[in-house]
Design a binder for this molecule. Structure first.
Ligand code: CA
Ligand code: CA
Length: 298
């Protein structure tokens, strides 16, 4: 299996990023990733070699042969393996509690199969997920801190083992990168971080031609989600709802009022994160409903 070392990291998803690895559609690849602090944040709060630290690094990009602009890249997440330690950083001025934090606070945790011990009596089960995963945007370079239609820093808890994420192909080869693993994170990521850690992610990448999907979107368990990011949650919420509505309308011909009724009854809006430069919301709908409507996913 092709393995992409975490020596190959980038701080942006960009059309002119030089590929660090090549594969063909249908191949399985393992990405080694650093944590969002570039593996340099120590338990005492000091940063090793701060001048050379890359913030929120993503491993890649991977060039997928046969991926052309207009195609869709299906990324099936087969396995996420985590390191044995995780770290969190509470930062004054950041996240929902920023003005309540007088100083930075860093804490390291042990990640074990049975979960993460939090204090004396709490054990939090692992829910490994990928915070940053995306393809290159068409023109500009986008920081790995920012989510968008190319994917990026979506911090969506459903980007996890067993899920299939669909991303746009904007440039030849798609240029897939990923990083920012979390051992566990609550929807919203209210402090500013999840249980930040490094590890490996094994994915199968498949190029889909002549397919129309509201990317970025994903299938996880029996749920289909559209994922949208915008300057605020109001806009991200409406966008995630509208792309779901238009997708169902395209496939079924359902009128707007009826489709709106369906989504108002059975679609669930979930906040992915409120802490990045753009906020991310997903709309979830059961795949059983899509199947009942005759909508098949590739
Ligand atoms: Ca993140
Ligand atoms: Ca993170």
């Amino acid at each position: 299996m092709l393995i992409i070392s975490c020596n190959h990291v980038t701080g942006s998803l960009a059309p002119d990023n030089k590929p660090v690895a090549y594969c063909e559609s249908g191949e399985t690849i393992k990405f080694e990733t650093r944590d969002c602090y570039d593996d340099r944040l120590m338990a005492d709060g000091t940063l090793l070699d701060p001048q050379n630290t890359l913030s929120n690094p993503a491993t890649g990009p991977l060039y997928v042969g046969g991926a052309h602009p207009g195609d869709i890249l299906k990324v099936e997440i087969q396995e996420i393996a985590l390191k044995s330690t995780g770290i969190m950083q509470a930062l004054p001025g950041a996240g929902a509690f920023g003005e309540m934090l007088p100083r930075e606070h860093v804490q390291e945790f042990t990640i074990a199969d049975e979960g993460i011990s939090f204090g004396e009596s709490l054990k939090l089960p692992l829910r490994p997920m990928i915070g940053v995963i995306g393809t290159a945007p068409e023109e500009s370079s986008i920081s790995t801190h920012i989510p968008g239609n190319h994917g990026g820093n979506m911090d969506c808890t459903r980007v996890t083992q067993g899920s299939a994420l669909y991303l746009p192909v904007n440039v030849p080869g798609a240029l897939l990168s990923m990083g920012d693993l979390h051992a566990v994170m609550g929807d919203g990521e209210v402090l500013i971080c999840g249980m930040e850690t490094g590890g490996t992610v094994t994915v199968k990448v498949t190029v889909l031609n002549d397919v129309s999907l509201p990317v970025p979107c994903l299938v996880s368990d029996d749920i289909f989600c559209t994922i949208q990011s915008a300057t605020d949650l109001d806009h991200a919420s409406c966008d995630a709802s509208k792309v779901m509505l238009r997708f169902i309308q395209e496939r079924t011909g359902m009128d707007t009022a009826s489709c709106g009724m369906l989504l108002s009854l059975a679609g669930n809006l979930i906040i992915c994160q409120i802490v990045n430069p753009q906020k991310t919301v997903r709309m979830e709908l059961s795949t059983e409903i899509l199947q009942s409507l005759g909508v098949e996913l590739p």
